[in-house]
Design a protein around this ligand. Structure first.
Ligand code: IMP
Ligand code: MG
Length: 186
């Protein structure tokens, strides 16, 4: 079946499948099992980082075998000077975090700067715990140390799209994770 073949683009074309949908689904199920065991009787609050983790978080949440709440948080990252990136929360979770077990759900951890900032921010609200579940981990480009409790797959340095990951807001709806070719801008 030809799935969502991309219309012509000035830059950025989808390349080969790196992680097929069926492999993602099996791994999501495993992650959900571990999370369900670890958070039994804790009713965790899953905070999906928009927009990339949106697809992953909804699949993950529906596989959990223990009660959980699902919320979203949106961050903006911008470069003020070369090599210096700032992050800020542009849309917050809707509930107080004090005393809650918070599980941040991410699509991919790259430099780690985004999560480093987010974890620090959320800890100030005195949650019972904060942990991270990331579908993808790209440890080769890490700048900030960030403990990842649950990781779906380790990936190399290729830029990836699909299953929530975008390039200029495109390709989030592809069912597989694919390499992006001819990228000209972040
Ligand atoms: P970092 O860990 O702060 O560098 O940022 C990670 C964020 O950058 C992720 O949440 C994604 O939104 C985005 N990102 C990093 N690598 C990729 C990629 O290969 N494809 C799509 N988005 C990416
Ligand atoms: Mg993201």
């Amino acid at each position: 079946m030809s799935q969502l073949s991309a219309p012509p683009l000035e830059s950025g074309v989808v390349g080969e499948v790196v992680i097929p949908a069926a492999v993602i689904a099996a791994r999501v199920e495993e992650l959900a099992r571990w999370i369900s065991q670890d958070y039994r009787n804790k009713e965790p609050l899953l905070a999906a980082v928009l927009k990339g983790a949106w697809v992953f978080a909804t699949d993950l949440a529906r596989r959990l075998e223990t009660p959980a709440q699902l919320d979203t948080i949106a961050l903006a990252r911008y470069r003020r000077s070369p090599g210096f990136r700032e992050v800020r929360i542009i849309q917050d979770v809707a509930v107080p975090l004090q005393g809650r077990h918070v599980l941040i759900v991410e699509d991919i951890v790259d430099t780690g700067l985004t999560l480093h900032y987010l974890v620090r921010q959320l800890l100030q609200r005195r949650p019972a715990s904060v942990a991270v579940c990331s579908l993808l981990d790209r440890p080769g480009l890490r700048l900030a140390e960030i403990p990842l409790r649950y990781v779906g797959f380790e990936v190399a340095e290729d830029f990836l799209v699909g299953y929530g990951l975008d390039y200029q807001e495109r390709f989030r709806n592809l069912p597989d994770i694919r390499v992006l070719r001819n990228r000209t801008a972040p």
